[in-house]
Design a binder for this molecule. Structure first.
Ligand code: SF4
Length: 480
């Protein structure tokens, strides 16, 4: 039987160009140790060069993509208390909200009117919303806008759906499947990869209070894949984690991808799988975690190992998950210091992800958090996709993101980076190749009107509503 992934070459050094060339061609797989070594062993442009080589093998030399979608955050009421989140509300605050179905439908209509193809719909984990609220909404979206792809509900939401709706099933996986099948029949097309953060248990327990563990997150995605859906995986780094935790995170994604591809004979044709990986640095504004001191702010810390790195070593790639950080030498301040990631660290992490994730098709640039020009540079560091022309974003912008790009600007960034821009759909098929004079960026005569716009910094002022129970809801409410 044909192996489904390239062989590891554990003795090879990441300073060996022959080994990295083989990895770029897809003929050698990086071990976790080799992935970690790439944080130190090579200068940044060199890691970028190999990631770019890998990207060109997978995506060619000419075309780089983007999608037009709209982020709809249907509620900010959430029963989790992630310390990196500035978006959530308990439900009693004056700016807590749940959008009415009509409001959500209006937003989808606005997207369809500008040629958008997809909505990304995620929210807080709101215990007041019954299953029927979701089913009715999805059916209404599909009835009015059958061509709009509904990319909705990240794994942590599904984990809470299981708690809220108490579906039938002997195992967690069966319960997730029961809910997912119903949402899919109602109109959900695929799942976004939100809530990945960092999978390592010590980190996740510290920053994701009340949020699902890695096993549950990955199981939800596995169920989606076995139902034939394409999904993405994400990682939010640059806070309390060690660099080895980032590689551990990518390793879990790669392993579960191997598993699902093996179930489909290696091609992924008969099953869904992870189509993309997107990583971004933590944004600290307005978040509890953002108030934590920076590592190195005290002179006494200079020259010492970052506590997250010390703990990640003791965590030992997940072989020691229940470790007590207080007993780990050098990790006493774990969780009480952050190591923020700037542009160089972001580009290096993204480039490593391109080389490490040999079984993931797409790597997305994160201009939303890093800004348009770092997003553009990211196209030379392994990214093939500029992500979304976003009409709306509330979650990351609550934590200080300030960038919003329209279609001409995204096309211009891609073209100036040396590629032809193309609009894609959710499955990464090219819808429109912008290689002629009618291209969105080439039609612009006055670029002063097309600068990156500042995003709103607050959650939308939607009226707080009580859930309107429709005729079919009592049964669903009873099932909770
Ligand atoms: S990140 Fe998501 S799950 Fe965590 S508190 Fe914020 S809205 Fe809730």
């Amino acid at each position: 039987m044909r192996p489904i992934h390239p062989p590891e070459v554990p003795h090879a050094s990441v300073t060996d160009p022959g080994f990295l060339a083989a990895a770029a061609r897809g003929e050698a797989r990086l071990t976790v140790e080799q992935g970690l070594a790439l944080f130190e062993a090579l200068p940044l442009p060199e890691v970028g060069r190999w990631a770019d080589a890998r990207c060109r093998v997978l995506h060619g030399d000419h075309v780089r993509t983007y999608v037009i979608d709209r982020n709809i955050n249907y509620t900010n009421v959430c029963n989790a208390k992630c310390t990196f989140c500035a978006f959530r509300r308990d439900g009693t605050e004056s700016d807590a909200y749940t959008l009415e179905h009509t409001k959500i439908l209006d937003k989808v209509g606005e997207l369809a009117a500008i040629g958008g193809t997809q909505i990304l719909m995620q929210g807080g984990m709101n215990p007041d919303l019954p299953l029927d609220w979701y089913l009715t909404l999805l059916r209404a979206i599909k009835e009015r806008y059958p061509r709009v792809h509904v990319h909705a509900f990240s794994p942590p939401e599904f984990v809470e759906f299981v708690h809220f709706f108490d579906p039938p099933g002997a195992t967690f996986e069966e319960k997730v499947r029961w809910v997912m099948v119903r949402l899919r029949e109602a109109g959900m097309d695929s799942l976004p990869g939100g809530g990945g953060e960092i999978f390592a248990a010590p980190v996740r327990r510290k920053i994701g209070l009340g949020k699902c563990d890695a096993e549950s997150w990955l199981t939800v995605m596995y169920v989606a894949h076995t139902l034939g859906m394409f999904t993405s995986a994400t990682m939010m780094f640059g806070h309390i984690e060690g660099r080895a935790d980032r590689i551990h995170h990518m390793h879990l994604v790669r392993e579960w991808q191997d598993r699902v591809l093996a179930g489909s004979g290696g091609s992924g044709d008969r099953r869904g799988h992870y189509k993309a990986f997107i990583s971004w640095p933590f944004q600290r504004e307005n978040t509890p975690l953002g108030r934590v001191k920076d590592w190195g702010a005290d002179d006494a810390e200079l020259g010492r190992e970052f506590p997250g790195d010390a703990l990640a070593r003791a965590f030992d790639w997940g072989r020691n998950p229940e470790i007590d950080y207080r007993a780990v030498p050098g990790a006493a301040e774990f969780g009480r210091r952050v190591r923020m990631a700037g542009a160089s660290e972001y580009l290096r992490t993204q480039a490593i992800s391109r080389l490490f994730l040999d079984n993931i098709y797409s790597i997305g640039a994160s201009w939303v958090t890093m800004g348009p020009h770092i997003g553009q540079v990211a196209l030379a560091y392994g990214a093939n996709d500029m992500g979304s022309v976003m009409m709306e974003e509330n979650v990351v912008s609550s934590a200080g993101t300030t960038y919003c790009l329209d279609e001409p600007v995204i096309c211009r960034l891609i073209r100036d980076a040396g590629f032809t821009p193309a609009q894609r759909n959710n499955t990464y098929d090219v819808l429109r190749l912008h290689d002629g004079p009618g291209s969105p960026d080439l039609r612009v005569t006055d670029w002063s009107l097309h600068r990156a716009r500042k995003m709103h910094q607050e959650a939308p002022k939607a009226a707080k509503v009580r859930v309107t129970v429709s005729a079919a809801a009592p049964a669903a409410a009873a099932a909770r």
